[in-house]
Design a protein around this ligand. Structure first.
Ligand code: ADP
Length: 484
């Protein structure tokens, strides 16, 4: 069973990314905050217990010494005040013991040394109380060795407490380091999530946008066959589907138009040839003599018929180019210099009519180019024909043939001193039927010459570029691959 892929729109993707980022970023902040709070309260507790144990062990040691001294004084001086002092110290010790006992409710466990002291001390005090009832003038106190042992146990209590506190603070320090590392890791992860999110979203926007831009560019160049593929299931996918539908529709309409023009041109060309033949026969007085006026009009009609036949040839050529498939072209080695000279020759009458001088410059040691002679000839004639058409009377047209900047190519550059081509129109002039606004009204043409030329050049791996000259006019560069 096929599991349906959930539709991830751009909004969903953005929301998911934002949610992940916010969760990681603020999650880290909250965790680090909780951790720090906990460590602060633990360290406060440790310090407070330590202070209590340290102060109480001091009280215990001092009062134990007091008791010893007062017991000795009482046995020598027999003054009851020493018993009172002794009892006060004993009460102080009881209070300290109670205070230390209370610490167990806060998680403190007294070391074994303290328990030993407490057991022995309590046992002795109980015994002492019994002795006291016998003779109140004498205190039944411990000998020097026992006292020293007790004092040593209390010193041990104090030192162990200090060592325990240091250990606990050290472990808190380690935990704080750990939590800093965790915080940094969280921030690192959120930065990674942000980078990944930005990369992912840009990818899911930029790739379809690039596809669409490429599709629109090919469409603007008159190629309706390019379909665009957007794999994501977001709004761009919908846009791609709409674009492809529009492309198919345009392509269908274009095919119908091309077919129609091809059929029409074909149908018109045959009767047109017979009309032209008849007109020529009449003009040449094959069918009887005519007067000068009739001759003038018949010549005019003949030249108009030639123009229409050329136009039909162009139209038929376009439909032939569009229906031909790639890979059918067989190429030959062509000497570019000879080719240029031939084309110049065939346009010499047009140049003479406008008193235009055609000049040539050929770079030395040029390699032959790869292509088909008739087609390359047509390209040059179209572009040179335009140069002559648009150049002013008495000007010059320069044809240079040189090695192209791209190695392996030869560049045929045709420079005129006509009106040039505006920046906005530079990419449009190679489109089918495009003619610049400034020439539409007063010059012949159908806007097919450059379209055909570019297609023919492309078919053999060449291209045509155009740029305006610094002073006036423009230069068309026909860049053709060298024959290997
Ligand atoms: P057309 O039959 O109109 O000459 P082309 O395809 O040969 O058709 O040219 C298309 C348009 O390009 C022309 O209408 C013209 O506006 C412009 N163009 C072509 N060559 C030149 C040039 N040498 N100088 C100025 N404009 C040019």
């Amino acid at each position: 069973m096929k599991i349906p892929i959930p539709r991830l729109t751009i909004t969903t993707k953005l929301s998911l990314f934002l949610l992940t980022f916010v969760l990681i970023f603020y999650g880290t902040i909250v965790l680090v905050f909780i951790h720090i709070q906990k460590m602060m309260s633990i360290s406060e507790e440790i310090v407070s217990i330590n202070n209590v144990v340290a102060s109480q062990s001091k009280v215990l040691i001092e009062n134990l010494l007091e008791m010893d001294s007062n017991a000795k004084k009482l046995s020598v001086l027999k003054k009851p005040v020493y018993r009172e002092y002794f009892e006060t110290s004993l009460a102080n010790i009881d209070t300290s013991v109670l205070t230390i006992e209370h610490l167990s409710s806060r998680g403190y466990t007294a070391p074994a040394a303290y328990s030993l002291f407490l057991d022995e001390f309590t046992a002795h005090i109980n015994l002492m109380r019994k002795e006291l009832t016998v003779d109140p003038e004498v205190i039944f106190w411990v000998d020097e060795d026992t006292l020293n042992t007790w004092l040593a146990l209390l010193v041990q209590l104090r030192d162990l407490n200090q060592a325990h506190t240091e250990d606990s603070l050290m472990s808190i320090h380690e935990r704080s380091l750990q939590s800093t590392q965790n915080g940094l890791l969280g921030f690192g992860l959120s930065v990674l999530a942000a980078i990944f999110g930005v990369w992912f979203i840009s990818k899911s926007i930029l790739i379809p946008l690039k596809e669409l831009t490429h599709g629109l560019r090919t469409l603007s160049q008159g190629d309706y066959t390019k379909k665009i593929h957007v794999t994501s299931k977001d709004e761009f996918h919908d846009l791609a589907v709409a674009y492809n539908d529009m492309n198919s529709e345009l392509s269908e309409q274009e095919n119908m138009r091309t077919d129609f023009i091809a059929t029409l041109s074909h149908e018109i060309r045959t009767p047109l040839s017979s009309i032209q033949e008849s007109v020529n026969m009449l003009a040449e007085e094959v069918l009887g003599s005519i007067n000068q006026k009739q001759h003038k009009f018949l010549t005019l009609a003949s030249s108009e018929l030639t123009r229409i036949t050329q136009l039909l040839n162009h139209l038929m050529h376009v439909s032939m180019l569009e229906s031909s498939t790639k890979g059918m072209i067989t190429t030959e080695k062509i000497n570019p210099v000879h080719l240029i000279l031939d084309c110049t020759e065939s346009l010499s009458t047009a140049a003479e009519t406008k008193s235009i001088q055609i000049k040539h410059t050929f770079q030395e040691n040029l390699n032959p180019v790869r292509g088909r002679r008739s087609e390359l000839q047509q390209i040059i004639i179209n572009i040179l024909g335009n140069a002559l058409k648009f150049s002013p009377i008495g000007s010059e047209v320069l044809i240079s043939v040189l090695k192209s900047e791209n190695s392996g190519y030869v560049s045929i550059e045709i420079t005129d001193s006509g009106p040039g081509i505006s920046e906005d129109e530079r990419s449009l002039i190679f489109n089918k039927y495009y003619r610049s606004k400034s020439v539409r009204k007063h010059m012949d043409g159908v806007g097919l010459g450059l379209y055909i030329s570019k297609r023919l050049a492309k078919a053999v791996g060449g291209t045509i570029q155009v740029k305006n000259n610094p002073d006036n006019g423009c230069t068309f560069a026909i860049i053709m691959p060298e024959a290997k």
